[in-house]
Design a protein around this ligand. Structure first.
Ligand SMILES: Cc1ncc(COP(=O)(O)O)c(C=O)c1O
Length: 353
């Protein structure tokens, strides 16, 4: 039976990528496995270089002063690395959910952090707008997609200070002018590969401006100087990320995947809106094309609905414990067919109920 994996991350990856990854586990270089060769060997150095080059190319950041890194510690480590490397006195953060909240908490360890706006008042079901970003802040941090609540920023502020963005949940999913951002980061485990590596795209000229001493493993400059090989990199996660980026390039890049993502989101949200048994969680204009959050209007139908989607081969549909209900994560590798299967189950429930 085909599994339709709607998990929020780790999540579905392209089948052809998994096939190549499993082959590399058995034989990557003359009978040696990818996970038993030296990370300093030419075959792996080539993988790292290709992964970094593909990311720069897909994001349209080549020749614009950016460096791409593949680091460890997840996006959660970026919460503190961003502050350690950029925060001197003051920074502004947009609080749009659990992950921004965590980023704020980590940065506050080092200096003053101001919430320029927050949507906590409505359990983060919208993206605040019309806020000011004082120019004396050292940077402004936002989260492009709030994985838990299913909201997504449709616009980003024009600011004169460095713009930093946690793009864990929607990197490579839609066309943006990525050169608007000075630092973007994203855990691999949604649109790129397995958990274990985090992508950073950093405009080099924003670094080296804080007076504090930065431990080597936390210092972007150290990692840039060593081409993401300051310590042993997570070879498997980087390799699979490279394969996924190549898959995306072969498909036609971000523009091509965005068209597919638009179709998936349109089908999904149309059903949520048309079917009287369901109610969307996020405010319509701020809905995420990656994570659709919704609830049953009548909780008595939960058992029936849960049985139906599980029988249809759907996996990972339960909402995050902080908001309950359901969450359909529609990352790049999730096919349009999988969304159609879910939507059919939802409309079948309406017929049954
Ligand atoms: C938007 C966002 N930021 C940060 C994180 C934390 O990522 P990690 O588990 O890689 O630290 C997540 C995890 O789902 C996320 O969705």
């Amino acid at each position: 039976m085909k599994i339709h994996n709607f998990s929020a991350g780790p999540c579905v990856l392209p089948k052809e990528v998994m096939l190549k990854a499993s082959e590399a586990i058995m034989d990557f270089d003359n009978g040696l496995s990818l996970i038993e060769i030296s990370h300093r060997s030419k075959p792996f150095v080539d993988v790292m270089e290709k992964a970094r080059a593909l990311a720069l190319e897909l994001l349209g950041l080549e020749g614009k002063g950016y460096k791409v890194l593949f680091l460890q510690g997840g996006a959660s480590t970026q919460f503190l690395m961003v502050a350690l490397n950029l925060l001197e006195k003051r920074a502004g953060y947009l609080n749009t959910g659990t992950w921004s909240d965590k980023a704020i908490k980590e940065a506050r360890i080092f200096d003053d952090v101001y919430e320029v706006a927050s949507s906590k008042d409505a359990n983060y079901n919208y993206i605040p707008k019309g806020y000011d970003i004082p120019t004396e802040y050292h940077y402004f941090h936002c989260t492009s997609t709030n994985t838990i609540f299913g909201t997504q920023m449709q616009q980003f502020p024009d600011c004169t200070i460095p713009l930093v963005c946690d793009m864990s949940s929607d990197i490579f999913s839609r066309e943006l002018d990525f050169s608007k951002f000075d630092l973007i980061y994203a855990g691999a485990q949604k649109n790129m590969g397995p958990a274990g590596t985090t992508l950073d795209g950093i405009k080099e000229d924003i670094l080296g401006k804080v007076s504090r001493k930065i431990p080597s493993m936390m210092d972007y400059k150290v990692h840039i100087g060593k081409s993401s090989m300051y310590n042993t990199p997570p070879v498997f996660a980087v390799y699979v990320s490279m394969l996924t980026l190549q898959w995306l390039k072969d498909l036609g890049g971000i523009q091509a995947i965005e068209e597919i993502n638009e179709k998936k989101a349109t089908i999904m949200y149309s059903e949520i809106d048309i079917n009287p048994l369901f109610k969307g969680f996020a405010v319509k204009k701020d809905r995420s094309k990656m994570n659709a959050t919704f609830t049953l209007v009548n909780e008595d139908l939960r058992e029936t609905f849960d049985t139906m989607w599980k029988e249809a081969g759907i996996n990972g549909l339960n909402g995050h414990r902080s908001i309950g209900g359901y969450r359909a994560s529609m990352y790049n590798a999730l096919t349009l067919d999988s969304v159609k299967v879910l939507v059919e189950v939802m409309s079948e429930l309406e017929t049954k109920a």
